[in-house]
Design a protein around this ligand. Structure first.
Ligand code: HEC
Ligand code: HEC
Length: 278
């Protein structure tokens, strides 16, 4: 008879403590809102789960029209090129500077079909995602155009950089000029780890030590230091790694890894970090 009230008092106290700790974190300012500071992986994963369930629930009643018409896909390609590439990139095209610097990082939608049904991609595109920077397109694209984009996103996984260039020929490509080269004496693996997130390498690669959603667009970089060859082309030396990071298309013209305007110093730092991954 005595145990129940004691338990509930403990529960109330614990709840009050947890709420107090939460308020302390919020009001003390210890939580770092910088987009250069990453979420902890558990926080990131929880937010991802919440996003997935919220979208799934809200998109459940939406009827999907036919998405196979070639004209529809072609219209979608041009809309995608105009409205989505600056943040999400496309086969052979790097994200623009805005997309690369955002947190959460907008990934290349090449693997979106593994996570979302077409009606869910429609819902996300139409309504956007609060607190992420993903815009709502409802008032910029009409319903038919929204589905055109979805039809195109559905085709992304099978598209080579050459297909993409063909589909969007004539439309201006976003460019990423490299920042002026800074002279630094020694490469820093710690700076390299930050640079990997700021060049959005984790949009395509799963990289040990970097928070992310385990994308599968590029190979995982775990164990890179022990690999003999980079991208099946270059012997794995620090100089070759820098060469690959700065100009992948010069090494392998048909590669799906885009040139990202990486500076020499930043490439050296990233290579220093990657060389710690055994
Ligand atoms: C200003 C930058 C920006 C633009 C422009 C943009 N997005 Fe996004 N998008 C984001 C961000 C940020 C996220 C959230 C990423 C996350 O939560 O991991 C996102 C997420 C998404 C997702 C869910 C991705 C996933 O893999 O789970 C889809 C689908 C998407 N966007 C589609 C589009 C489409 C289609 C367009 C063009 C009509 C577009 N976005 C334009 C920033 C942008
Ligand atoms: C749009 C997606 C994308 C982005 C962004 C990207 N990569 Fe890649 N990366 C790839 C793909 C795809 C490959 C496989 C290339 C090939 O073999 O043609 C690759 C290959 C590599 C390899 C060789 C891996 C191996 O196993 O041989 C390294 C190293 C690498 N990327 C590092 C980076 C770094 C560092 C960045 C950021 C500066 C980056 N990548 C950005 C898609 C991407």
């Amino acid at each position: 008879m005595k145990a129940a009230p004691a338990l509930s008092i403990a529960a109330v106290l614990l709840t009050a403590l947890a709420a107090g700790a939460g308020l302390l974190v919020i009001y003390s300012g210890v939580y770092n809102v910088a987009a250069t500071s990453q979420h902890l992986q558990p926080v990131y994963s929880l937010l991802e789960i919440a996003l997935r369930h919220s979208v799934r629930l809200r998109a459940r009643q939406i009827e999907t029209p036919a998405l196979d018409e070639p004209e529809r896909i072609q219209r979608g390609a041009l809309l995608f090129h105009g409205k989505c590439v600056q943040c999400h990139g496309a086969p052979g095209v790097a994200q623009g500077d805005i997309g690369k610097s955002m947190q959460p990082l907008p990934g290349p939608l090449v693997d979106a079909m593994q996570r979302w049904r077409p009606r869910e991609i429609y819902w996300i595109t139409r309504h956007g995602i609060k607190m992420t920077g993903m815009p709502a397109w409802e008032f910029r694209l009409d319903d038919a155009q929204l589905w055109d984009v979805v039809a195109f996103v559905q085709r992304l996984p099978g598209l080579t950089p050459q297909d993409y260039a063909q589909a969007t020929r004539g439309a201006a490509l976003p460019t990423n000029p490299a920042p002026a080269d800074e002279q630094r004496l020694l490469p820093s693996a710690e700076r390299g780890r930050l640079a990997l997130t700021q060049y959005a390498c984790n949009a395509c690669h799963t990289i040990p030590g970097i928070t992310g959603s385990s994308p599968q667009v590029g190979p995982p970089l775990k164990g890179l230091a022990s690999r003999r060859v980079i991208a099946g082309k270059l012997i794995n030396t620090p100089d070759n790694l820098v060469k690959w990071l700065r100009h992948p298309k010069a090494v392998k013209p048909l590669t799906a890894m885009p040139d990202m305007g990486v500076s020499e110093a930043d490439a050296r730092d990233m290579a220093a970090y990657l060389s710690t991954l055994h």
